[in-house]
Design a protein around this ligand. Structure first.
Ligand code: KG4
Ligand code: ZN
Length: 343
């Protein structure tokens, strides 16, 4: 008898509600993935404004839940479990999703699972590519996170083996976009501009690649500053900024470091599968370079489609389904938001 799991996501600026079907053989099927984004409301601030995000979640939550059930052609009484992001994320934003999920779980008298957003970014891949081999390596690259994670069990054992020591990769994209007068969020416009530019036009620094640096950690703050200084110097000379070349050279530096470290970690740990997820996984150069380097190293590469890579409710539903399938204990109804929840 298959079971329906509902997932609720509200850790940042997307209100996401997903519905999945957990089959008896443990496979998880995507039925609905509805997202309402407040990104446009944050654009003029150049970053997410927590208070604006919380209010937007409050307004969007119930309509998004209804859209998900309409899309899936299901009734609420079909749901067997509710999963919700408990952290990490913005405290006020998380509380909106948690409150809604608790209300639905209590009203439907089904178990509630407070889950980790980062694990959700990995679990979502199973909706597209099927069960994840154990162990796998995950490179999580988003606006808030840049981490290398060893995944022994998606329902239990995930270990961080590296992370950024300063900015997240997506944050660097957003800051460089601002320097180049491109809109927020910066990833998509930089990705587009880079197509017309030369990746080797400017030799931007590769952070944390020195002999004494931690092998699997990342740093993007120096790169961001180097781009800003380069642009300022060009402007001071009265030159037009070659936006496409700057974008392509910056993008190359990010993709180079991310893929080199991920492939090195997989090879040194004897892991045969790399999953790249999070908003930056939608980057075309990152995907191309990862494909090339993974093929050279004999590593299977899995990147979920862009829609699944950015924040959504389906990733939380998928993770919830894996917890149900593994027989994990549900959370207490008192489960609270943890803005700094580690994996
Ligand atoms: O996972 P996500 O939707 O939200 C967070 O949890 O942060 O990631 C958003 C980040 C933003 O920084 C955005 O600029 C970046 O992902 N991004 C991209 C691309 N699309 C989105 N970065 C590079 N290339 C892209 N095509
Ligand atoms: Zn995320």
């Amino acid at each position: 008898m298959s079971r329906i799991v509902m997932g609720v996501e509200s850790s940042c600026d997307e209100t996401g509600v997903g519905l999945v079907r957990l089959h008896d053989d443990g496979t998880v099927e995507l039925l609905a993935d509805e997202v309402a984004s407040s990104v446009a409301e944050h654009a003029r601030f150049g970053g997410v404004v927590p208070e604006v995000a919380s209010r937007a979640h409050l307004e969007a939550m119930v309509p998004t839940v209804h859209r998900a059930f309409d899309t899936a052609g299901l009734r609420m009484s079909d749901v067997s479990a509710v999963a919700v992001t408990a952290g990490p994320g913005l405290a006020g934003a998380l509380l909106v999703g948690l409150s809604a999920a608790k209300a639905y779980a209590a009203a439907l008298d089904v178990p509630l699972y407070g889950v980790n957003h980062l694990a959700g970014h990995i679990a979502v891949d199973t909706l597209q590519h099927g069960p994840l081999p154990a162990p796998s390596l995950a490179l999580l690259v988003s606006g808030g996170h840049t981490q290398l994670l060893r995944v022994d069990d998606i329902a239990g054992k995930i270990t961080e083996i590296g992370s950024t020591v300063d900015d997240a990769a997506g944050e660097a994209y957003d800051k460089v976009a601002r320097v180049l007068d491109l809109p927020y969020p910066g990833g998509p416009p930089i990705d587009r501009a880079a197509r017309e530019g030369a990746p080797d036009a400017i030799a931007f620094p590769r952070g944390m690649t020195g002999p004494r640096d931690a092998a699997y950690d990342f740093s993007f703050s120096g790169l961001k500053t180097a781009v800003a200084r380069w642009v300022e110097a060009a402007q001071a000379r009265g030159e037009d900024v070659p936006v496409a070349d700057v974008a392509a050279s910056f993008q190359e530096a990010v993709a180079d470091v991310l893929t080199a470290k991920a492939v090195r970690a997989a090879t040194e740990s004897g892991i045969g599968t790399l999953v790249i997820s999070g908003g930056v996984a939608a980057n075309s150069r990152l995907a191309a370079l990862a494909a090339q380097r993974c093929a050279d190293a004999g590593i299977e590469l899995r990147i979920p489609r862009p829609r699944l890579c950015t924040d959504n409710g389906a990733m939380i539903a998928a993770l919830g389904a894996h917890l149900v399938s593994a027989g994990c204990a549900p959370s207490a109804l008192e489960v609270s938001a943890d803005p700094a929840l580690p994996v």
